[in-house]
Design a protein around this ligand. Structure first.
Ligand code: DAK
Length: 261
């Protein structure tokens, strides 16, 4: 029996696959689902048997159709801040997760769904995926980091256009503006996501973690500060056994056997 009411969790080798499983509400993120995702990511944070995580939605229609509108309807100013805090904490946990997190966007990714996908490191989309930040249609603004991450990903103008209009875009347009990193047929999507996760998982784990951190943290600071961060992380990686193994394996013309330390 799963310990989660709203998540289906499985491992494929060293890849953790998390399916948000509330199909009757198009996988909308209610508070319980946010709490379960938080618990899941916290519980795997120090688990080095997992090399990569894939987040997707159960069923064929939706990745996540947003925050649960039934819960949003009851919010007041104070519970709104509380909900935003919980959701934003989850998104930061995913962004800062020490292993890469891939979003396999299999259908509607609206509001909190686009925000969840943007907190992930890489977004692979099905041709059926639809992205959007429709909060203004509900008299709301994005509350899970959407105003910040969308502008960083697609630029100020496109972020303003999407958030102020609330319009939905398809996978091809999401790819064109840099919101989706690849687009695949619905049948191919999970297979491609697992293959990418396995490819990343075959690389030096310490290097992968520090490269992710350098890019994500670097985007929040000036270029010189970002380069300082890269320099410090380069120093850390040079002190790792993985770097010794990776460079030695190349020179010995054999496959590296990384230990993740
Ligand atoms: N929440 C709850 N239920 C949802 C839902 C959602 N976000 N989206 C869909 N459902 C439910 C529908 O109510 C329907 O339930 P029943 O009527 O069958 O009981 C079922 O899922 C199937 O949906 P539809 O019948 O509507 O299916 P269609 O194919 O006709 O349409 C759709 C699909 C995705 C176009 C449509 O369902 C839709 O527009 N859904 C809502 C999309 C949306 O507006 N999402 C919310 C975005 S706003 C904040 C924190 C977070 C947020 C904001 C602030 N703070 C703390 C301040 C985030 C906000 C959002 O995410």
């Amino acid at each position: 029996m799963s310990e989660y009411n709203n998540l289906l969790v499985e491992t494929k080798g060293a890849v953790l696959i998390v399916r948000i499983n509330r199909e009757r509400a198009l996988n909308a993120l209610n508070l319980e689902t946010v709490a379960e995702l938080q618990q899941l990511f916290d519980s795997y944070r120090d688990n080095n048997s997992i090399v990569c995580v894939i987040v997707t939605g159960a069923g064929e229609k939706a990745f996540v159709a947003g925050a649960d509108i039934k819960e949003l309807a009851d919010l007041d100013s104070s519970s709104g801040v509380d909900l935003a805090a919980k959701g934003q904490h989850l998104m930061m946990t995913i962004q800062d997760f020490p292993r890469p997190v891939i979003a396999a966007v299999n259908g509607f990714a609206l509001g909190g769904g686009t925000e969840l996908a943007m907190a992930c490191d890489i977004r692979l989309a099905s041709e059926k995926a639809k992205f959007g930040q429709p909060e203004v249609s509900l008299g709301l603004i994005p509350g899970y980091g959407g105003t910040q991450r969308l502008s960083r990903l697609v630029g100020r103008g496109k972020a303003l256009q999407l958030i102020l209009s609330g319009e939905m875009i398809g996978a091809a347009e999401a790819y064109r503006i840099g919101l989706a990193d690849e687009v695949y047929s619905p049948e191919e999507l999970m297979d491609k996501a697992v293959k990418l996760a396995e490819l990343i998982g075959s690389k030096g784990p310490v290097a992968v973690t520090l490269a992710k951190e350098s890019i994500n943290r670097g985007l929040d600071v000036s270029l010189p500060k970002g380069c300082d961060l890269e320099k410090a992380n380069f120093g850390s990686v040079c002190g790792s056994e993985d770097k010794n193994e990776g460079t030695r394996a190349f020179l010995d013309k054999r496959k590296a056997e990384f230990k993740g330390r």
